[in-house]
Every structure is written in structure tokens, then in C-alpha cells.
Design a protein around this ligand. Structure first.
Ligand code: NAG
Ligand code: NAG
Ligand code: NAG
Ligand code: NAG
Ligand code: NAG
Length: 434
């Protein structure tokens, strides 16, 4: 084979890929075939959840306090909204219409604030009568985290990370980082155990570094180890099994599939976009549930777009990842499917993960053994006591023959009950005839 022959197909492939990509972008922009969009995104840059006891940057160091979107985050989310407006300008009306869009957020401050910022970018006020208000108010729906079986990840009904084996394995993983944990305990004044320590310190130090706050040498070293070794290892364990993936994003994927199916059959009452405002764990989990997660932490403001297109009465799904504001848009292909994945095939490929999290659990996960034992003990003892009292009351206070209704009532009951059944049926029948 000559080098020219090897060179040609590669170039040809690249050229056709580029043309296909261009066509996709054009088709999405002209929206001829676009039928429904599902958007899930990670909130923008935020302040840490807390500081450690010896931290020079306590809550006052953060303009809005802990766990809040920062000015950087506000801008990132607004930019995401502008991006969505540009991409879907011929699809979504410029003014907000209740039937076109439904927004759902996790019940956390950064997720809620992020939703408002995205919507401000997506629906700027265009009618000229702003009176100082430069955005259109759009409702954002939410559900208390403990009852959120759509976005809380993992599902609060059942957490396979509570699984004893899983916890053992995570503790084992942390055995390799004993020295790091020891250093952290020494310098931070925290007394938390391994996993909690990793969660706190990875978050706090990362937020401080993002905001150019000066970190001590031990903190810089710890952050580097946490971000580049410990967290990736922990994340890679999170979505290994089908049960884990189902539990992390199954309910959301199922909702997306159900909405796409309804839209494809024209039963969706005009909804064009479902928007979900959430955390990086949700984005990673949704990607994992579609077999598309590459194991890397996702940056702030990362959005996954799951688009349903209709061409010539057939429906296909496109998945896009916008993982950094300046890094453009990446089209993802479900393993085992085309870039334009037929809806039926998309459903078939995700059928093991697109299930509510609770179905991944045995009854013992739903009700941990200890709770089950307590509930059983309480109900048994209550039942037994009630029975005992009833028996005591009836045998002591009531004369034996009074336990049954007098004879004439017994007769009435036995006559009335069988006659009522045909009466209902016949009256319905006559109504229908009229
Ligand atoms: C957008 O909504 C306005 C009413 O707010 C309506 O007059 C207009 O026709 C709509 N545009 C499209 C393209 O549906
Ligand atoms: C513990 O912290 C002190 C300062 O607070 C430092 O001098 C010492 O080297 C640290 N020890 C270890 C084992 O990290
Ligand atoms: C931190 O510093 C970098 C580089 O100077 C800058 O681009 C960035 O905006 C700063 N971040 C914040 C939150 O001020
Ligand atoms: C649309 O579908 C029909 C029947 O399935 C087929 O004959 C026709 O060629 C298709 N048109 C396009 C543009 O794909
Ligand atoms: C975004 O995702 C694409 C595709 O997975 C990847 O090639 C790219 O490096 C990612 N960028 C960032 C900043 O994570």
C-alpha cells in the first residue's frame, strides 16, 4: 500500500467528519428537525461549603458567605444562558412561554442561583418596556432534597454507597493516603475520618485556589494530591456497576426518555425544553448512565444537551457536551449507536440504567436492617398490646351474647348487601342508554 493510499482515506474521513459536524451545527441552528431539548448542567463557580478550623479564609472572606455562587459563577451561568439562546434562537420563543419550558433545580443554593442566571441569559427582556428589569422572570421548580427522587444523586431512598463492601473499599483506597490524611489532621484542626476529610479539604482548598487565595505549601501539596489522585480514584469507583449508575441518574434518564417518547408521539403539549440545574455529580452520573463518562471531573457550568430530532417521521437522539465555556461543544456518540442515534435504539441501549434508583435496591437497602428490626419490634409489641387490651375489655366488660348484633340486624345486613350490587350496575346501564 502506498503512503498516498493511506493518507487519502484518513483525510477523507476527517473531511466528511468535518462536513457532518458542520451539517449538525447548521441543522441544530435552523432547528428544522429539532423536537425536544433536555439540558442538565453543573452550577457555576461557588464558595466552599465550609472552612477548616485553622483556615485563614473563614466565611467573611467570601462576599456572599459559604456555598454560594460567586461573581465568576454568575457570569459563567449567564454565558451558558446566552449560549443556549444562540443555539436555540429559532426553536425557543424569545419571550418566556409556560408551555415551552420547564425548569427544575436541586434544592441547593448554587443550583438555584445558577438556574436564575442561565434564565437571565436565555430570556433577556426584548420588549423595550423594561422599567429597569432587564430579564424575564421564569419559574424554577424544586423539591426538598430528602424527597427529590429525580435529581438527588444518589437517590435518597437507597444509597449503594452505604453498602458495607463499598465503604470498606473506599476506606481501603484511603489507606494508600494515610500520610496525606495525617498531614491534613495535623494542620487543619479537623478530626473527621478519611472520606469526610477528603470531601471537605478537596472542596475548600480548590475553591480558595480558584479565587487566588494564598495557600500554604502543605495545602498546595495536599490539593494537588487530592485533585489529581484521590478524587479521580474515588470518582472512578462511583459508576462502575449498573446498580450504581441507575441509582445515580436512573430516574433522570428515565424521565428524559419518557419525555422524548411523548414528544415523538406528539403528546407533550408543546414543551420544547426541560432544564435541570444541578451539580457535577449529576452531570457525571447522567453521562455514566449513557455510557459516556470518561472519568474526569467536570468543570463548572458543564452542560449536557440531549436533543430529540425528527426527520421524515423518524426520531433520533443527539448528545452534546459543553464542558468549558471557551472550549466549544463536543458531540458524543453512545457506544453501539450512530451519532444520530435512533430513539428506539437509544432506549434499548440504556434500558438497564434508565430506571428509578430505588429499583436498584433490595428491600434491605430501602429499609436498612436495623430500622426494619425496630419497626417490626414496635409494630409487633403494639399489636400484641392492643390485642391483649381488646381481649381484656371484651371478656371483662361485655356480656358474651352482646358481641354479635341482634338477630334482626344480622338479617338486614345479609339481605341488603347482595341486592346493592346489581342496582348500581343497572342504574349505570340506563344512564348510558339515555
Ligand atoms: C412568540 O411569542 C409571541 C407572544 O409572546 C408571539 O406573538 C409570537 O408569534 C411567538 N413567536 C413564535 C415564533 O412562536
Ligand atoms: C504538624 O504541624 C506542625 C505545624 O502546625 C508542623 O511543624 C509539623 O511538621 C507537622 N507534622 C507533620 C507530621 O506533618
Ligand atoms: C485569579 O488569577 C487569574 C490569573 O491572574 C485570573 O485570570 C482570575 O480571574 C483570578 N480569579 C479570580 C476569582 O479573581
Ligand atoms: C422519507 O421516507 C419515505 C418512506 O419511508 C422514503 O420513501 C423517502 O425517501 C424518505 N425521504 C427522505 C428525504 O429521507
Ligand atoms: C471536554 O470534553 C471533551 C470530550 O469528552 C474533551 O475532549 C475535552 O478535553 C474536555 N474539556 C475539558 C476542559 O474538560
Amino acid at each position: 500500500m502506498s503512503s498516498a493510499e493511506q493518507w487519502l482515506p484518513a483525510t477523507w474521513r476527517r473531511l466528511t467528519a468535518a462536513v457532518t459536524m458542520l451539517l449538525h451545527l447548521v441543522s441544530a441552528q435552523t432547528s428544522d428537525s429539532l423536537t425536544l431539548v433536555n439540558v442538565l448542567y453543573h452550577h457555576g463557580d461557588r464558595s466552599p461549603l465550609r472552612a477548616y478550623p485553622t483556615d485563614p479564609y473563614q466565611e467573611k472572606a467570601w462576599a456572599h458567605g459559604f456555598s454560594q455562587l460567586t461573581e465568576v459563577g454568575v457570569q459563567q451561568q449567564y454565558d451558558l444562558g446566552v449560549f443556549l439562546r444562540n443555539r436555540y434562537q429559532h426553536f425557543l420563543n424569545k419571550s418566556y412561554h409556560v408551555h415551552e419550558l420547564y425548569v427544575r433545580s436541586l434544592d441547593t443554593d448554587p443550583a438555584l442561583s445558577s438556574a436564575y442566571c442561565v434564565l437571565a441569559g436565555l430570556f433577556p427582556r426584548t420588549d423595550g418596556h423594561t422599567g429597569g428589569v432587564t430579564w424575564q422572570p421564569v419559574p424554577v421548580h424544586t423539591t426538598a432534597s430528602q424527597q427529590d427522587h429525580l435529581l438527588a444523586s444518589p437517590d435518597p431512598w437507597c444509597d449503594v454507597t452505604d453498602d458495607v463492601d463499598e465503604i470498606d473499599q473506599r476506606h481501603q483506597l484511603l489507606e494508600n493516603y494515610r500520610e496525606l490524611l495525617q498531614t491534613l489532621r495535623n494542620y487543619t484542626g479537623l478530626t473527621e475520618d478519611g472520606i469526610a476529610m477528603v470531601d471537605i479539604m478537596a472542596d475548600t482548598l480548590f475553591c480558595e485556589e480558584q479565587h487566588n487565595m494564598t495557600l500554604a505549601t502543605w495545602a498546595k501539596d495536599a490539593l494537588s494530591l487530592l485533585r489529581h489522585k484521590v478524587l479521580p480514584e474515588m470518582i472512578s469507583r462511583r459508576y462502575r456497576s449498573t446498580a450504581q449508575r441507575r441509582q445515580a441518574a436512573g430516574a433522570l434518564l428515565l424521565k428524559i426518555i419518557q419525555d422524548m417518547s411523548l414528544s415523538a408521539s406528539g403528546q407533550l403539549d408543546g414543551t420544547k425544553m426541560f432544564m435541570y440545574s444541578a451539580h457535577d455529580t449529576n452531570v457525571m452520573a447522567l453521562l455514566a448512565s449513557m455510557n459516556l463518562f470518561d472519568g474526569r471531573p467536570v468543570p463548572y457550568s458543564t452542560a449536557v444537551l440531549v436533543e430529540l430530532h425528527t426527520l421524515n417521521h423518524t426520531h433520533h437522539v443527539n448528545v452534546w457536551l459543553r464542558n468549558a465555556s471557551r472550549d466549544g461543544l463536543h458531540q458524543l456518540t453512545l457506544p453501539g449507536c450512530d451519532v444520530d442515534c435512533p430513539l428506539s435504539q437509544f432506549i434499548e441501549l440504556t434500558k438497564d440504567t434508565a430506571l428509578p434508583g430505588a429499583t436498584a435496591c433490595s428491600i434491605f437497602n430501602l429499609f436498612p436492617l436495623r430500622q426494619l428490626a425496630i419497626v417490626l419490634a414496635i409494630s409487633l409489641s403494639t399489636g400484641f398490646t392492643t390485642l391483649l387490651c381488646l381481649f381484656a375489655v371484651t371478656s371483662c366488660c361485655c356480656p358474651r351474647r352482646r358481641l354479635l348484633p341482634p338477630k334482626r340486624y344480622r338479617k338486614m345486613f345479609s339481605e341488603v348487601v347482595p341486592e346493592q350490587v346489581p342496582m348500581i350496575g343497572s342504574s349505570l346501564g340506563s344512564d348510558c342508554d339515555d
